[in-house]
Write a protein that binds this ligand. Structure first.
Ligand code: V47
Length: 365
């Protein structure tokens, strides 16, 4: 067994051997990664994998988030964004308002529009198709990363189409890939407690498999820091790893830090920097078949996102510009960052900034 002099948790040593041998980590290993308090030992292991895959590169993207409506029939208890129709805080953008958001930033070198909303009870399928077509008409070169697997299942139901037919129609209208939201934690116990009406884990994975089969890449997320156990976190990662073995269609994994304000769980504490880094590092080590691990700075703050570039993450997301889901739940981060701010964070961490598009093609500077 190799020695790591700074490692204070001997349980990490056999895992270190596996990492060096590029051997897959087990469910039990995953539990150890979450259980340890040896953050530096854990980070060292995750950084071995991160640098093996990506060297010193740290990716960022010039993107724009668009949350077209928060009207939602699901009523998830962890969510402060979704509102019932008629709620004073409910909103929905007309297509003209959506297009105006895009027009306002036409002068900026945006390569991705990231679109997520609630499960709206009445908006017709044509609204979504026309949204994609209209944005493409304004910005033909942009990649549309739109609608989580949960929204896709809802649209299919509204349109009376199969998942494959729904995705094919959206792709035809300009859809480029799916964001990773809606996965939450796959555990049926958590879904029963927190998001009873939401698409099941099997349903979420099935939409992703169908998307992959149609040539659409997707991301994956895990919402952590609420009522989930360590075992439920590891189970979530293992199930994603198995799905990725089958299709290879996942691009990035993004752990999402729970924000409690204005939710049904306001008594819960915010996640800590320690747990944020642990989640990124454990994901890098467990998800050996995921190309990228993203630190979403909006949720964990720019400073932890910067540190995470040495704890497994190779991507820091991007400019974002306007975000509602986390900010309605009390996020104190800014609404967006400039390219200059992103470059500063990455360079100060000793990494080499690389601008990418959604599918990680490098954008020459
Ligand atoms: O699915 C909801 C989460 C997700 C809260 O694919 C919350 O690159 C924290 O999926 N506190 C939507 N999180 C956002 C999302 C996403 C974000 C960034 C990048 C990508 C990507 C995807 O936000 C939801 C849910 O899991 N969420 N409420 C909350 N209170």
């Amino acid at each position: 067994m190799a020695r790591l002099d700074f490692c204070t948790d001997p349980r990490l040593l056999p895992i270190h051997d596996k990492v060096l041998a590029e051997e897959r980590l087990s469910f039990e290993d995953g539990c150890t990664l979450y259980d340890t308090t040896d953050l530096l030992g854990l980070g060292y292991l995750a950084n071995l994998v991160r640098e093996r895959r990506h060297g010193h590169r740290a990716y960022y993207i010039y993107n724009q988030h668009l949350n077209y409506s928060n009207v939602c029939v699901n009523g998830c208890r962890f969510c402060a964004f979704g509102k019932e129709a008629g709620d004073p805080l409910a909103y929905e953008m007309t297509l003209e308002q959506v297009f105006q958001k895009i027009r306002e930033r036409l002068a900026e070198p945006i390569t991705e529009i990231h679109i997520v909303g609630g499960l709206h009870p009445t908006l017709p399928f044509a609204y979504y198709l026309d949204m994609l077509r209209g944005i493409k008409a304004l910005r033909p070169e942009v990649h549309l990363q739109a609608f989580t697997a949960v929204e896709i299942a809802h649209l299919a139901e509204m349109a009376g189409l199969s998942i494959a037919e729904t995705l094919a129609a959206l792709k035809e209208a300009g859809l480029g890939s799916l964001p990773g939201g809606g996965a939450e934690v796959f555990s049926p116990r958590i879904r029963r407690m927190l998001c009873r009406k939401k698409l099941s884990a099997e349903g979420w994975l099935s939409v992703c498999r169908t998307a992959h089969r149609l040539g659409l890449k997707t991301n994956a997320t895990m919402l952590y820091g609420h009522l989930e156990t360590v075992e439920e976190r590891v189970d979530h990662l293992v199930r994603l790893r198995e799905a990725q073995d089958e299709t290879g269609g996942f691009v990035t994994f993004i752990p999402l830090a729970f924000h409690p304000r204005n939710t049904d769980l306001p008594h819960l504490q915010e996640t800590t920097g320690f747990d944020d880094l642990k989640n990124l590092a454990a994901a890098r080590l467990m998800l050996d078949n995921f190309p990228h691990i993203k630190a979403f700075w909006i949720m964990i703050g720019p400073k932890i996102a910067q540190l995470s570039l040495s704890f497994g993450a190779d991507d820091i997301d991007g400019t974002v510009m306007e975000e509602r889901i986390t900010h309605m739940a009390g996020a104190q981060t800014a609404q967006g960052m400039t390219r200059g701010e992103l470059l500063h964070l990455i360079r100060q961490a000793g990494r080499e900034p690389v601008e990418r598009d959604t599918l990680y093609n490098v954008i020459p500077s």
